[in-house]
Design a protein around this ligand. Structure first.
Ligand code: ADP
Ligand code: MG
Length: 570
């Protein structure tokens, strides 16, 4: 191993040489109290910047073991260090020449706390991964600037961001305790037969459609109705009260603009934990909750949507329904069946993004259009069977139709952004004003037919490259020659999840997708490997930009791959 002085000399010697000569700096360098590792060197100043790691021994970093001893705390501390590194690196990152010259950056993160490959902590060391834009004038190396970045700036960032003594001990403690409490709360839900919990005083609205931070001045804090109030004794925070949403079928009603979708959105992302100050720190949803919506235009590969849709025009089968261009209702049906296939226990549906004809079919329409002329069995006639046959609960926002009163166990009305328990009232109304609907859902929900993905239909290669993956924004993955559109998969919250999902499909194909293993089994094995071996399983080099996902988001990507082909189990 070389040392810092050697690296400085090397960089000064490279000054003014052609940019390619930077390749020589790949390797490990021993600094006085940490190790700098250059894993990948960019080919030119405009290419994506070089991959660098630092490793500090715990003798130097000195984080108390209590801050990372449980799984929850470890993820939280790693998240904290990522944010801290980001804050400090921003002060040092500057434009120092052409292209990305001068850039020092770690993966960017949002309001959630998720397992990521940007930072690691264990008894031996702290490791952080980031990128450096090696500086250039035109296409010539700026050796002096590079030496400044790698040999002066990075040690300074390490000092300020990665050593316990330079950090705010109270803030770190609060960070790890908050995350531990949220994980604990989520685990408590099942015991009380709840599927979600929203703490009193939670702030649910966000600053804007493109700014996920909490709405500041005018946000009305959440207050549970008495009848739904639950009290928990969290390991760190102690007593917490708030609204418990029971298992079964829950309806969220209320006038337009009274906060219904905001509540549902907070439940969608309640499968993740949130940073202190977010407002949703103690909003937790059962971990397997899946947001369901209509998504016309998506592709579908042999999904049995017959519980919802039958007897299409032209006699098309819906037991193995495939299309390159789904309608609103067929896409929503497929989204539900695929979520069940991946083993969800909770569906979240908002009328704003649902297909109306999938959700309701009222008495008058039943009179006008006979059942045998309507392929769709509306969700209202299947929602109860989902719970009785499969134990799958649903929370549905529905301000537009009181027909759902008949099937709801709990009805919550949002009024001026506050929830009220109107279950009894809704029941009385349902009794007084019968809908006279004829139930159309049959006796059972129907079977969820297992599907087996065919390996040859999943091809990550492009041109001369065996694996070509790329992520665009938070909603598109380039997978070989295909583009996977994930704009409608609303529980993907970080770009790094897309990177990881793309890599996971490649991994799953290599290990488990063999023409004999079902989708459910592939998902289970993939998630088990990630659980036991961590995200470093994915990718080639140590990657610094991977973020953990759930089997549902992985399934969503696989199911939207337009080349996907499956065969059924039999
Ligand atoms: P709905 O789905 O009932 O039509 P939304 O949830 O879309 O209503 O909310 C309407 C607006 O009110 C949004 O701009 C949202 O940010 C804001 N809002 C929601 N909840 C609150 C709250 N608790 N305090 C302040 N504003 C809120
Ligand atoms: Mg709404």
């Amino acid at each position: 191993m070389s040392n810092r002085e050697k690296l400085r000399q090397l960089l000064l010697q490279l000054d003014d040489k052609s940019y390619k000569a930077y390749k020589d700096i790949k390797g490990r360098y021993h600094f006085s109290d940490f190790t700098l590792i250059v894993d990948r060197v960019q080919g030119d100043p405009f290419a994506s910047p070089s991959h660098v790691r630092v490793q500090l021994s715990q003798a130097v970093a000195d984080f108390p073991k209590t801050l990372y001893q449980s799984r929850s705390r470890e993820i939280a501390l790693r998240d904290y260090l990522t944010r801290q590194f980001d804050l400090v690196a921003r002060e040092f990152s500057s434009h120092r020449g052409t292209g990305n010259s001068g850039r020092i950056a770690i993966m960017s993160v949002g309001q959630s706390v998720i397992e990521r490959t940007a930072a690691f902590v264990n008894d031996e060391l702290v490791e952080v991964r980031f990128v450096v834009g090696l500086p250039a004038r035109g296409r010539r190396i700026s050796g002096r600037q590079a030496a400044e970045m790698l040999c002066e700036d990075i040690p300074e960032i390490v000092d300020q961001a990665l050593k316990y003594e330079s950090l705010d001990a109270v803030e770190i403690k609060q960070h790890v305790e908050t995350i531990e409490d949220a994980d604990w709360l989520r685990q408590q839900l099942a015991e009380r037969d709840l599927v979600a919990f929203i703490a009193d005083d939670a702030i649910l609205p966000r600053r804007s459609g493109v700014d996920d931070r909490p709405l500041d001045k005018n946000a009305l804090p959440f207050q549970s109705p008495e009848t739904l109030r639950e009290t928990f004794n969290c390991p760190n925070r102690g007593e917490v009260t708030g609204m418990g949403i029971p298992a079964g079928i829950t309806l969220i009603v209320g006038g337009g603009y009274h906060g219904k979708s905001t509540v549902l959105r907070s439940l969608e992302v309640g499968v993740y934990n949130h940073i202190p100050g977010d407002g949703r720190e103690l909003v937790v949803t059962q971990a397997s909750a899946v947001k369901i919506r209509a998504e016309d235009g998506r592709s579908i590969a042999s999904v049995d949507i017959s519980p919802f849709i039958n007897q299409l025009p032209q006699g098309r089968s819906t037991r193995q329904f495939s299309t390159a261009n789904a309608s609103g209702s067929t896409s929503q049906a497929a989204n539900i069946i695929e979520a069940l296939e991946a083993n969800t226990q909770l569906l979240l549906v908002d009328e704003d993004t649902a297909a109306t004809n999938f959700m309701i079919r009222d008495h008058r329409m039943q009179q006008l259009i006979a059942k045998d002329k309507e392929p769709i069995t509306p969700f209202i006639d299947k929602i109860r069977q989902l719970y009785t046959d499969y134990g799958v609960s649903t929370i549905v926002v529905m301000g537009g139709s009181g027909d759902y009163f008949d099937v709801a166990d709990t009805v919550i009305a949002m009024d001026n952004f506050q929830p009220y328990d109107v279950t009894e009232k809704a029941r009385a109304i349902a009794k007084q004003y019968q809908t006279e609907r004829i139930p159309e859902g049959g006796k059972e929900f129907g079977e969820i037919a297992p599907r087996i993905p065919l390996p040859e239909s999943i091809d990550p290669s492009r041109g001369s490259r065996d694996v070509k993956l790329k992520v665009r924004d938070v909603d598109e993955v380039v997978f070989g020659k295909e583009e996977i559109d994930l704009a409608a998969v609303e529980q993907i919250v970080e770009k790094g999840q897309l990177r990881a999902i793309a890599e996971a499909i490649v991994y799953a194909k290599r290990h488990y997708i063999n023409g004999r293993t079902t989708v459910a089994e592939v998902l289970n094995r993939m998630m088990a490997d990630l659980e036991s071996q961590g995200l470093d399983l994915l990718g080639n080099l140590p990657e610094g930009d991977l973020v953990l996902f759930r089997q549902f988001e992985l399934a969503a990507a696989l199911n939207r791959l337009r080349t996907l082909q499956v065969r059924d189990h039999h």
